[in-house]
Design a protein around this ligand. Structure first.
Ligand code: UD1
Length: 418
C-alpha cells in the first residue's frame, strides 16, 4: 500500500497553486448527460474521483476524452443507458449525481444506492423526495434507486435540510423539466453556483444559486460549450491552515478568498496573519496560535470539510479549543490519529475539546477519510520527527499531487508506492 513519509519541523514558505474544485467538477461532469452537444471542461482536477465519475459516464454511453491533464471533452449525443453500474457507484458516493441528469434526459434512471461511508450514514432521501415532487415515481429495487416519469413538471420543493448533493441533483433534474421549479432551503455552497453557471452556459435558465431559493425555468434542451471549473476552496483552506501552523508565509494562489471567509476569520482570531487579494491568500504566523471554538454549519458557516485541518492547528494552539460537528454524525476519526501524535483531545458527543500541547511527535498514522488524511499531512509537517501515513488513497481522492506541491514549500515529504 502506498504511504506518505514526512520528516516534520522544516520551515515552510513559498507559493502553492490551488487546483480545480473536486466538489464542483463531480456534479458538473454528471451534468454533461443533460446535453447532446459537445462539452469541454477545463481546470478539472486530476483526481481519482474525477476518473471514477468519467468512467460512470462512459459506462452510460457518453464519449469521454481527456485531452490534457486538466481538460476533458464529452460527447453525450449517442444512446444513453438509464442504468449506472454498481461496481463503479459503490466506490464513490458522488456517482449518485447521475440520477438527476438521467431522469431529466431519459425520464428514467436506475442508480445503485451509494450507501454510507466512513463519516456517516449519508442517506439520499432528500434527493429522492425531490424527484417525486417533480413527478417521478421512485422506488427502491434490489439496492437501486429507480425513478420513472412520463413528464417532469416544475414545482415548489422545500428541502428538509440544505443538502449540497440534493440541491445539485434537483437543479439538474429541473433543468429539462416543464415549467418553473423553485428549490427552497437550498444549499448555498459556491459549488452550487458553479454548477448553475455551467448549466446556464449551456442554455439552462437557473437563477438564485448561492442563495436559499433557487429558481429553475425548464428548457427543452441544452447546447454545448466550454466551462472552467472553479478553484477548490477546501484545498485552498487546507494550505492556509498549513501557513498559519507552520509560520509561513505561504501564498495560496488561484483561489477565491470570498469562499473562505469563515475560515480566514477563525484563523485571524487564532492569531494568524492572513492577507487576502482577489485570487490569493497569504497565511503565516509568528509564535504560537491561540485557542478558539468552532461549529460546522452549512455554507456560509464553517465547512465540515475544513474541520479536521483546523482541529490540527488547535492541537498546538495555546489554551483549550473546541470543535462541534453538526453536519456528519461520525466525523472525528482523525481524533484518535492526532492523539497518537501527542494531541490532547476529548470527545463529548458531537464536540471535541482540544487542550493545546506545545509539540506533536511524528508517528505512524492512518488517513481515515479524505480530510482526516489532509489533517495527518498537516500534523506530520509540523511535528517533531518522522510520520508515516497509510491509507493515502483517501488523500488521492481530493488532492492533486499533494506531495509534490508541498515539497516545493521546503518540506521533507515523500510518497512511496507499496
Ligand atoms: C457534499 C460534499 C462533501 C461535504 C458535504 C457538506 C460533494 C461531492 N461532497 O456532500 O465534501 O462534506 O457536502 O458540506 O460535494 N442528508 C440526508 N439526506 C439526504 C442528503 C443528505 O439526511 O438525502 C444528510 C447527510 O447524511 C449529512 C447532511 O445531510 O448528514 C449533509 O449532507 P449533504 O449536504 O448532502 O452532503 P453531500 O452532498 O453528500
Amino acid at each position: 500500500m502506498a504511504k506518505i513519509l514526512i520528516d516534520g519541523g522544516k520551515p515552510l514558505s513559498g507559493t502553492i497553486k490551488v487546483s480545480g474544485a473536486k466538489n464542483a467538477a463531480l456534479p458538473i461532469i454528471a451534468g454533461v448527460i443533460l446535453s447532446t452537444k459537445p462539452v469541454k471542461l477545463t481546470n478539472v482536477p486530476a483526481l481519482n474521483d474525477v476518473t471514477t465519475i468519467s468512467k460512470v459516464l462512459e459506462a452510460l454511453g457518453v464519449k469521454v476524452a481527456r485531452t490534457s491533464n486538466n481538460c476533458y471533452e464529452f460527447d453525450a449525443s449517442g444512446k444513453i443507458s438509464e442504468e449506472a453500474p454498481y461496481e463503479l457507484v459503490k466506490t464513490m458516493r458522488a456517482s449518485f449525481f447521475v440520477m438527476g441528469p438521467l431522469l431529466a434526459r431519459l425520464k428514467k434512471a436506475r442508480v445503485p444506492l451509494p450507501g454510507g461511508c466512513a463519516i456517516g450514514v449519508r442517506p439520499v432521501n432528500i434527493h429522492l423526495k425531490g424527484f417525486e415532487e417533480l413527478g417521478a415515481k421512485v422506488s427502491i429495487e434490489s439496492g437501486c434507486a429507480v425513478a420513472i416519469a412520463d413528464r417532469l413538471i416544475g414545482t415548489k420543493i422545500h428541502l428538509d435540510f440544505p443538502s449540497v448533493g440534493a440541491t445539485e441533483n434537483l437543479i439538474m433534474a429541473a433543468t429539462l423539466a416543464e415549467g418553473e421549479t423553485v428549490i427552497e432551503n437550498a444549499a448555498q455552497e459556491p459549488e452550487i453556483v458553479d454548477l448553475a453557471e455551467f448549466l446556464n452556459a449551456l442554455g439552462a435558465k437557473i437563477k438564485g444559486a448561492g442563495g436559499p431559493s433557487i429558481i429553475v425555468e425548464g428548457v427543452k434542451e441544452l447546447g454545448g460549450g466550454t466551462y472552467s471549473i472553479m478553484p477548490d476552496r477546501i484545498e485552498a483552506g487546507t494550505f492556509a491552515v498549513l501557513g498559519a501552523m507552520a509560520g509561513g508565509p505561504i501564498r495560496v494562489e488561484n483561489c477565491n478568498p470570498n469562499h473562505l471567509l469563515a475560515l480566514t476569520a477563525k484563523l485571524r482570531e487564532m492569531g494568524a496573519s492572513i492577507e487576502c487579494g482577489n485570487d490569493y491568500i497569504i497565511a503565516g504566523s509568528e509564535g504560537r496560535l491561540k485557542a478558539s471554538e468552532v461549529k460546522t454549519l452549512p455554507y456560509p458557516g464553517f465547512p465540515t470539510d475544513m474541520q479536521a485541518q483546523l482541529m490540527t492547528a488547535m492541537c498546538l494552539a495555546e489554551g483549550t479549543s473546541s470543535v462541534t460537528e453538526t453536519i456528519f454524525e461520525n466525523r472525528f476519526m482523525h481524533v484518535s490519529e492526532l492523539s497518537r501524535m501527542g494531541a490532547n483531545i476529548n470527545i463529548h458527543e458531537r464536540t471535541a475539546v482540544i487542550h493545546g500541547v506545545k509539540a506533536l511527535e511524528g508517528a505512524p498514522v492512518a488517513a481515515t477519510d479524505l480530510r482526516a488524511g489532509a489533517a495527518m499531512v498537516l500534523a506530520g509537517l509540523v511535528a517533531q520527527g518522522h510520520t508515516e501515513i497509510s491509507q493515502i488513497y483517501h488523500i488521492d481522492r481530493g488532492y492533486e499531487d499533494l506531495v509534490g506541491r508541498i515539497n516545493r514549500l521546503g518540506a521533507n515529504i515523500t510518497r512511496i508506492e507499496g
